[in-house]
Design a protein around this ligand. Structure first.
Ligand code: NAP
Length: 512
């Protein structure tokens, strides 16, 4: 039998691996896989550049509220970060540099969106508009927040000015000295309003729900500091852990139900509001009626500073419709605008979709997931062998740097590959019982978190009615991810699977 047709672990060759997406998790995956000797890697990227969310988002004021040193790969510490919280542009440049430094570009197929993935039981047939190829392992690094959610506002098409989603920023849209509207008050809107307040002639921020805003302790690093970081071995690493522990030991417990921490966050947000917004009426409009941390905490110091400006208005009357001239609110007022930015968030339950993923029994992932996707340990789904997710459903979001989550998950996947190699396995997929137990535990735990009990609606909550997040403290996440327990997985030996895969290939053809 041709070696390339045999399961890789039986043929004594390395697996052929496809990664979908060249955002930060896709890049981390390539480096960790190569480091472990898994060299035959191809990355499929729908766009023309790396960077994922940091490539797509280019709005004014873009930065990350996770500290720079912690928002760095462990294999590429960066002593040159200019600020304590990295600027969007700098993260983009960092990811480009990592791509070049680790020679990743050569294995990326740009502008090649994956359209279809079909399991043969032990391998994946991967289809793009340019053709198809077969892979032993597929890793989805497609990200979470990448499908813009457009609001269902009547008349959206009637507006004569420029209108676009925050993640599709149009550089030539009128902003300086213009009349600009921003819909939303989430993390994105807060940064945009903060950046545009001083630039626009008039800025109208349309708020549906007030947000708790925690001050961002931004700081520009001095040349001396950067020199020190570059010269003292281990210092960026020390800072990595200092920032990690600072957030994990505060926001972590606050979201997990620790009332003392929770009050501390709420108190700091109130203090932040009171010290910046002196008008009691405006302050009342900006005060949420749910618990801090229920929605993703907005960490931003520029929003309140902008909202108190004379040329900036917080509009709390509901939007009725868009008209050619601007936004008409329910109080019959017309807010005339040149540009309208929709900071209305993302469809957060898509992950690898809309790729048409067909499992080993002909089932579609889109049907299996419906509107409430779940995964075993956030990384795999029963019936979809050898398919892994980074930043998949039920992963930790909000309390942990997603850069470190990606690295932790890819290390776990590498250990599974090592086990496949050692034991001559053709396929690994989670047992249904393990998957159900794991997700039942998460569902129970998540109902005790502030995301479920805090009295708000947020993008964390999906069609199941529960927040779709990792619901235990970060320390437990690290423990959960340290070493795979193969008893949780169905392991298909290479020999047996050769027969079965042949059968499955035929069954697959019938399905198609
Ligand atoms: P978001 O948090 O989902 O916020 C969407 C905003 O739009 C909310 O204020 C929402 O109001 C409002 N909205 C939606 N539809 C509306 C409608 N039809 N009419 C009026 N208002 C409407 O989205 P986001 O701000 O883009 O942030 C998404 C996530 O991206 C964040 O939670 C965060 O995880 C991530 N992010 C992170 C950073 C960072 O620095 N790390 C920066 C930006 C974004 P309601 O509250 O009433 O629904």
């Amino acid at each position: 039998m041709d070696d390339t047709l045999m399961p890789w672990a039986a043929a004594g060759r390395m697996p052929k691996i496809a990664i979908i997406g060249s955002g930060l998790s896709g890049l981390a995956a390539v480096v960790h896989l190569r480091k472990a000797g898994y060299d035959d890697v191809t990355v499929y990227e729908k766009a023309a550049a790396v960077g994922g969310t940091w490539r797509d988002n280019r709005y004014p004021g873009l930065s990350c509220d996770i500290a720079s040193y912690w928002y760095s790969f462990t294999f590429a510490p960066n002593p040159r970060w200019s600020h304590r919280y990295p600027l969007g542009e700098e993260i983009r440049a960092y990811l480009e540099k990592v791509t070049d430094d680790f020679d990743i570009r050569r294995c990326i197929r740009f502008e090649t969106p994956v359209e279809r993935l079909v399991s043969t039981g032990q391998r994946w047939r991967l289809v793009t508009r340019h053709g198809e190829d077969t892979y032993d392992i597929v890793i989805s690094a497609a990200g979470i927040l990448h499908h813009p959610k457009l609001p269902e506002i009547p008349g959206l098409r009637d507006f004569r000015g420029r209108v676009f989603h925050s993640s599709r920023w149009e550089d030539d849209a009128p902003v300086d000295g213009a009349r600009v509207g921003v819909i939303g008050t989430g993390s994105t809107a807060a940064q945009i309003v903060g950046a545009l307040g001083a630039r626009c002639a008039r800025l109208s921020c349309f708020q549906r729900t007030p947000q708790w805003m925690f001050p961002l302790l931004q700081k520009r690093y001095s040349g001396w500091w950067k020199w020190l970081m570059a010269r003292v071995p281990g210092l960026p690493r020390l800072m990595y852990h200092a920032h990690r522990l600072a957030l994990e030991r505060t926001l972590g417990p606050a979201t997990m139900g620790n009332t003392l921490m929770q009050r501390l966050f709420e108190w700091t947000c109130r203090w932040n509001l009171q010290r910046t917004v002196k008008d009691p009426d405006l302050r009342r409009k900006l005060t949420p009626d749910y618990r801090a941390g229920c929605k993703r905490l907005v960490i931003c110091s520029t929003f309140y500073e902008a909202i108190v400006r004379d040329n900036v208005e917080l509009v709390t009357d509901a939007i009725e419709r868009l008209e050619p001239e601007g936004v008409r609110t329910r109080d019959r007022r017309l807010h005339a605008l040149d540009t309208l930015v929709l900071c209305t968030g993302f469809h957060s339950n898509r992950f690898i979709l809309p790729v048409d993923v067909i499992g080993s029994e002909g089932q579609r992932l889109a049907d299996v997931w419906g509107e409430a996707p779940r995964a075993h340990r956030a990384m795999s789904v029963p019936g979809f062998p050898n398919l892994w997710f980074l930043e998949g459903p039920g992963g930790p979001v909000g309390n942990i740097s997603l850069v470190s989550v990606s690295e932790i998950q890819i290390r776990y996947i590498v250990q599974v590959l090592d086990a496949m190699r050692r034991r001559g396995l053709a396929a690994v997929s989670p047992r249904r019982l393990s998957f159900e137990r794991y997700n039942a535990d998460l569902a129970q735990a998540v109902r005790r978190t502030i995301w479920a009990t805090g009295g708000c609606r947020s993008w964390y909550i999906d069609a199941s009615g529960d927040p779709n997040l990792y619901a235990h403290p970060p320390a437990r996440f690290y423990r959960d991810m340290r070493r795979p327990d193969l008893a949780e997985y169905e392991l298909t030996p290479a020999q047996a699977s050769t027969e079965r895969s042949h059968f499955r290939d035929q069954a697959q053809e019938r399905v198609e």
